[in-house]
Design a protein around this ligand. Structure first.
Ligand SMILES: *Cc1c(COP(=O)(O)O)cnc(C)c1O
Length: 235
């Protein structure tokens, strides 16, 4: 049995240590607990231990959890592929969307975001390793999309997100994360200041922190293995 209450402080220590080793302030790194395919009880356990931010990657499961846990006042991040015909419920239930990769999706989120909820935080997903099977824009599409999204009402462009191909070697892992950081720096030079790099998971968070991650998205190390029975669920 994985004990979320015991895991959380251990992971926080590891994140802090990585930050210090990288010459960064530990407070600059936010832990997003990826709760996809994990039961409500584990999320409640994490919340009771002080964890506020949770990530879900499918619309149906995400909305279900956001609704059932509404009283806990948690912060919900959508981190899966978002089809433009499913934007409304996401705009109505989530606080962040990390995976915007089309202007059409951003426009719909902007139109559908209830004003009373405040701005929806947005990250643009970059297909950082140029993989055919992965979502995200190409780096050379970034400036145009970022400019357009920054202009949309009820959205707040926070930064960039990537999900690189799996690498095991630390210095290899740093390569795509460094690429994302440089893209964010070049956006800043073009007048689009952002404050978020959403990158790094259980297997590569340390490399991501060395390259400037501000949000690491950690699932397995917080909650243990995911429920495999529902692992083939599709959107
Ligand atoms: C599942 C998932 C994670 C977390 O993965 P772990 O390896 O369990 O930490 C992070 N980001 C995205 C986009 C995911 O889908």
């Amino acid at each position: 049995m994985i004990r979320v209450t015991e895991n959380l402080p251990k992971i926080r220590d590891l994140l802090d240590k990585s930050a210090v080793d990288a010459g960064r302030r530990p407070e600059a790194i936010h832990l997003l607990a990826v709760s996809k395919k994990q039961p409500l009880e584990k999320i409640l356990e994490a919340a009771a231990a002080g964890q506020r931010d949770f990530g879900e990657n499918t619309v149906q499961e995400g909305i279900d959890k956001v609704t059932k846990l509404a009283e806990s006042a948690l912060t919900w991040h959508f981190i899966g592929h978002l089809q433009s015909n499913k934007t409304r419920v996401v705009a109505e239930h989530f606080d962040w969307v990390h995976t915007v990769d089309k202007l059409k999706t951003a426009k719909r989120l902007s139109e559908q975001r209830p004003e009373a909820l405040g701005d929806l935080n947005i990250c643009l997903q970059i297909n950082i390793d140029d993989e055919a099977a992965k979502s995200g824009i190409e780096p050379d599409e970034l400036a145009d999309l970022a400019l357009a999204v920054a202009d949309l009402p009820r959205l707040r462009l926070r930064g960039l997100m990537c999900l690189p191909a799996i690498r095991t070697d630390f210095s290899e892992q740093r390569v795509p994360f460094a690429r994302l950081r440089k893209l964010s720096e070049s956006l800043a030079l073009q007048g689009i200041a952002t404050d978020t790099l959403s990158m790094g998971m259980t297997g590569d968070y340390r490399a991501a922190i060395f390259e400037g991650a501000t949000i690491v998205r950690i699932g397995t190390a917080v909650f243990g293995p995911r429920n495999v029975q529902s692992d083939n669920r599709t959107e």
